[in-house]
Design a protein around this ligand. Structure first.
Ligand SMILES: [Zn+2]
Length: 84
């Protein structure tokens, strides 16, 4: 198989153009679903390794925990209200 054929058979970017509403036809970056124009290979990962990480209180884990606590508190208040 010729190199040109290999290149043409490369996986394509899954992004859709905002302008034309058509699928991007550029080849996807190796190991990614999108091309270099659509966000492949950029940015930092999540967690403590991210330079913007401050204290972790807004991590998915903590947000989920606060939600559960608030749900419980709401439930407790509702029960209290029913007793009165
Ligand atoms: Zn693309």
């Amino acid at each position: 198989m010729y190199l040109v054929e290999l290149m043409n058979n490369a996986p394509r970017c899954t992004a859709t153009s905002k302008r034309t509403r058509e699928r991007c036809k550029a080849p996807a970056v190796k190991g990614r679903a999108v091309c270099r124009f659509h966000g492949a290979g950029g940015g930092h990962g999540p967690g403590t390794a991210n330079p913007a990480y401050k204290h972790g209180l807004r991590s998915e884990e903590w947000i989920e925990m606060r939600k559960e606590i608030n749900d419980f508190a709401r439930f407790a208040r509702k029960l209290q209200g029913e007793d009165l």
